[in-house]
Each structure stands twice: as structure tokens, then as C-alpha cells.
Design a protein around this ligand. Sequence first.
Ligand SMILES: O=C(CO)[C@@H](O)[C@H](O)COP(=O)(O)O
Ligand SMILES: [Fe+2]
Length: 219
Amino acid sequence: MAQPLISPSILSADFARLGEEVRAIDEAGADWVHVDVMDGHFVPNITIGPAVVKALRRHTEKPFDVHLMISPVDLYLEEFAEAGADIITVHPEAGPHVHRTVQAIKGLGKKAGISLNPATPAKMLDYLIDEIDLVLVMSVNPGFGGQSFISSQLRKIEAVRKMIEKSGRDIHLEVDGGVNAETARLCVDAGADVLVAGSATFKGGPDRYAANIAALKGR
Ligand SMILES: O=C(CO)[C@@H](O)[C@H](O)COP(=O)(O)O
Ligand SMILES: [Fe+2]
């Protein structure tokens, strides 16, 4: 299979040693660093904010792939951009004017992503595809790491891949939730080029990170 980029979700890292964990996944071959930001309102979990993103920035030069699961979201875009986010991904359900949110991210000089919940149709992208840099297909309901992959999302990955090809634009297709070596292959076959993996990257501790990332890449 084509080799996907791997974006480990630091939600599964040891939060007491986050800087070291980010350096470890960088050295183990991670392509991006996936940062899950949750507010206890848009999703039923609370994680980290821009101060932590800023503190982690000096630990790696790999792109920070920041997944915002917060509502309202527009108020916080600038802070995440200044903290060192490279890609900022939002959920259309997080605000009334998602097109404006995408414009705001682009205006901050960052790449803009749209995340589709399991029940959100690919059609949601119709009037956004010409503006965005990334589509994130959620293969679990957002809020927690360690959930099982929802296989109906493979059809959505295929549909989004077709939309991207039709657009003629350079857009990443990322999958997030329940990705392991087995589901990774299904996602790539369906058209994904970036895989988020929390549990599957961090399982077994630092000595395993390189092998875990290699397995996700299909090596
Ligand atoms: O955005 C989310 C969950 O809302 C994810 O990024 C998870 O953190 C992925 O964790 P695993 O399913 O890979 O353990
Ligand atoms: Fe995520």
C-alpha cells in the first residue's frame, strides 16, 4: 500500500512527560503531531489549550496538527496559531459560520482542516472543498482515545477521495479514531493519506514507538 503520513495523537501520551513524549515520537518517525483540544462542552472530555501547544513547540519541528473540538471555536483560532499550530482543523457543528471560520484560519496563515463526525455526510464539504487544505474523517465519535473504528466511515473516505480528485486541489485526507495496523490498511486502500493514531502509537512505551509507527505505515 502507499505509505501514509502518521500523526500520533498525544492524547495517549504520558501527560506528565509531554515534552519528552513529543521528542520520542519525532525520533521514532512521526510525520506530524496530532493535538486533540477538547472543552467539555462540544465533546464530553477536557484536554489541553494553547499554553500547552506553545510549551510543546520547542520540542519538535514537525507540523502541529491541531484538532479543535471546542465550541465556540472562532474566539481561539488566533491563540492556537500564535502558539505554533500549523494545521487547524474544526468541526462544522462547532459554530454557525464554518466558511468564515475557514477564512479566519487561512487569514492567520495556517492550513485549514474540516473534520466530519461519523454521522456528518461528505456532502458537507461541497462549498468548502475549494478553500480547505485537509479533510479529517472521524472514525469514532470525538471525545476519547482508545475507541473502536467505525467501519461505515470507509465509504465516506472513498467519497471524500473522489471529491478531492474532482477538485484538482492538493488536500490531505486524514482519518482519526481506532486506527491500528489493520484498520490503517483499510483507510489507505479507501483513499486516506494521513492517519492519526493515539493508542496504536503509544502502546508498549517509548521503546515500541518506532515499531508501532512503522506498522501503521505498513512496513
Ligand atoms: O480526536 C480524537 C478523539 O476525539 C482522536 O485523535 C483520538 O485521540 C485518537 O485516539 P485512538 O483512537 O487512536 O486511540
Ligand atoms: Fe483527533
